[in-house]
Design a protein around this ligand. Structure first.
Ligand SMILES: [Zn+2]
Length: 51
């Protein structure tokens, strides 16, 4: 699930839709973070040989 870190308050918000044309407002402070580069959640496992 892609997410962004608000540049204003530093909180993380997750997108409900993956549309890149939708405005992405921070749910905490309403800052427009559409231009902020989105990140993706790390995989559940780090390394496939972790035993
Ligand atoms: Zn914010």
């Amino acid at each position: 699930m892609p997410y962004k870190v608000c540049t204003n308050c530093g909180k993380v918000s997750y997108s409900a839709a993956e549309s890149t044309n939708t405005k992405w407002l921070c749910p905490y402070c309403n800052t427009d973070i559409t231009h902020v580069k989105s990140r993706t959640s790390p995989p559940p496992k780090e390394g496939q040989n972790a035993d």
